[in-house]
Design a protein around this ligand. Structure first.
Ligand code: NAD
Length: 542
């Protein structure tokens, strides 16, 4: 037995590569984009390390060119869901019994493979399948995935190190057991890194998972799964199960072995899972841990002392990068009337300088939204604004799904602070602003705090320090990630632990110790060296 105490210091964040023309990373990526664009791969389920082809298939297409099929994937039926539960159960003993440094070393190898050998693969799959430009794919599929893996090991080391006090005649220990059962990891389409972390965080702490990837991100998620396997994650530790969310969810929630759900996605899905678990509580061996990051209606609040150019740049990138499909994307703004004209003109100028189109043309800042359902949903908000007397479209407002699902960045100004697009999550490139009178700033802060049911991200812009502090205090519960003079997107692992409360989730802060503790069930062990042989209390013997 190796008796070393391992020390994993905090790593540095994975550097974001530049992808300048002729750089080695750009050449490797372009070659990989060509390769993946010229083939149609077949994606199996992976259960207990075995590839399974069910024959019940669906297509993965490029959102920016939906006539182009990238892959055919097989979908799980009831039989395969049961197989996955059995495989996760079977792998639990060996994985949870492993020395944690062995588990850490495998995860570090996943990170290393993604940083080097498979960087271009995972970025290209994320670009083509989820319609991200190079930069958006690099910060997500490569850098954030790698950061989650490396940082979580250091956070785990801190947790494992925490031990209770002992005194004469006794030794007290905390044993950090994995949960008893398996974790159901349910991932969204929008971040490859989240899909990885929803599995790898519980796996680091000794758990096994059944992974339900979003149907529109199966391509990049399959490549991830293959990297997990190449790095040496034993069979059955992660079970890759694409298919119908409703069918998989229903069957998984019937298993007494369900020990937790690690979820990121919409409120509707998380609420329905939570509700169903509540109804079935008597069924489970343990109370399942429910960790969910859900929707957002993220804001930018502008104080009259703000600098218009800084606000405009942050608002444009915070709202429209990756087509507004980040849970943290700015989607509502509060601008004082004294700055409105300047901010508006700056934003119009920026909007005229960006291009939209296929991810393989690297001049395109904006690409497509994920699929037709999402496109149609976003369009209803734009059309609603066009028809409303309470709203003006400042720029954008156009859309076209003939070749790809393209919606131009759309900026709406409304006179109604409760306008539909100020309140509801749209998950697309639509930003709405309410322009408040400078003298009514307190009312505007109140509106910002109370308008939406969410509490994910928010930003305040201003040069007046005391006012900024005041706004930060008044909006304490409006955002779990709050930014001062910066856009509300782009949280970095280890630097801005991510998550929000209210309707935005359980706020367990992905990529940190608060999240990892949800995947362990500590056992306290007290050992007495010389047990007492006397039943009476001291005062009884006087
Ligand atoms: P979604 O809820 O449609 O899907 C998420 C996952 O749930 C998918 O894998 C889907 O197949 C699965 N699913 C659907 N029904 C299910 C069921 N009955 N049982 C089990 N699984 C089921 O979300 P999406 O469209 O993929 O992602 C967009 C949403 O995710 C937005 O609301 C966004 O705000 C949110 N999001 C939040 C965060 C955060 O950190 N708060 C991060 C990213 C995305």
């Amino acid at each position: 037995m190796n008796n070393s105490i391992y020390n994993f210091p905090f790593p540095n964040n994975e550097p974001i590569l530049s992808y300048l023309k002729k750089s080695p990373e750009r050449e490797a990526l372009d070659k990989e984009l060509k390769r993946q664009s010229s083939e149609v791969i077949e994606i199996p389920l992976i259960i207990g390390g075995k590839e399974i082809y069910t024959g019940d298939t669906a297509k993965i297409v490029m959102p920016h060119k939906h006539s182009h099929t990238l892959a055919i994937y097989h979908k799980a039926g009831e039989k395969e869901i049961k197989m996955a539960i059995d495989a996760a159960k079977a792998a639990h003993k060996i994985w949870s019994d492993q020395n944690w440094a062995t588990r850490a070393s495998i995860l570090l190898k996943v990170a290393e493979l993604l940083a080097t050998k498979y960087r271009a693969t995972i970025n290209a799959a994320t670009m083509l399948g989820q319609s991200k430009n190079i930069y958006q794919a690099e910060i997500d599929a490569a850098c954030e995935t790698i950061d989650f893996l490396r940082f979580n090991i250091s956070f785990a080391a801190e947790i494992y190190k925490t031990q209770p006090i002992s005194s004469f005649n006794q030794l007290n220990r905390m044993e950090y057991r994995a949960l008893e059962g398996f974790v159901f990891s349910v991932s969204p389409f929008n971040f490859t890194s989240i899909a990885s972390n929803l599995n790898m965080a519980p796996v680091m702490m000794g758990n096994t998972t059944i992974w339900k990837p979003a149907s529109t991100s199966v391509l990049s998620n399959y490549y991830l799964m293959k990297v997990f396997m190449e790095a040496g994650i034993p069979e059955g530790v992660v079970n890759f199960l694409p298919g119908s969310g409703a069918l998989i969810g229903k069957n998984i929630l019937n298993s007494p072995e369900l020990a937790g759900i690690h979820f990121t996605g919409s409120n509707n899905t998380f609420n329905s899972l939570w509700r169903e678990i509540g109804e079935k509580l008597g069924k489970y061996k343990s109370y399942p841990r429910l960790v969910g990051e859900t929707g957002g209606k993220d804001f930018i609040f502008v104080h009259p002392s703000a600098k218009p150019r800084e606000v405009a740049v942050a608002a444009f990138s915070g709202a429209f990068e990756y087509q507004g499909q980040k849970c943290s994307a700015a989607s509502r703004m509060y601008i004082p009337s004294s700055l409105w004209e300047e901010i508006k003109n700056e934003m119009i100028e920026i909007s005229e300088s960006v291009k939209m189109g296929d991810v393989r043309d690297h001049d395109n800042f904006i690409n497509a939204v994920i699929d037709e359902a999402s496109f149609d949903n976003i369009v209803t908000y734009i059309d609603y604004a066009k028809e409303s007397l309470e709203a003006d479209i400042i720029f954008g407002g156009t859309y076209d799904k003939s070749e790809g699902y393209f919606v131009s960045p759309t900026f709406i100004k409304t006179t109604n602070p409760h306008f539909k697009s100020m309140e509801e999550e749209i998950f697309g490139p639509v930003l709405t602003t309410y322009v408040y009178k400078d003298k009514d700033i307190d009312k505007a802060i109140e509106l910002c705090d109370t308008t939406s049911p969410y509490g994910l991200t928010g930003a305040v812009f201003g040069q007046n320090r005391l006012s900024v502090v005041d706004i930060c205090t008044k909006l304490r519960y409006a955002a779990g990630n709050f930014y001062i003079n910066d856009k509300p997107t782009g949280a970095v692992v280890g630097k801005q632990p991510f998550g929000g409360s209210r309707g935005s989730g359980t706020n367990d802060k992905a990529g940190g110790e608060f999240n990892l503790v949800r995947w362990i069930s500590p056992r306290t062990v007290k050992e007495t060296f010389i047990p007492s042989t006397d039943i009476f209390y001291g005062y009884m013997k006087e």
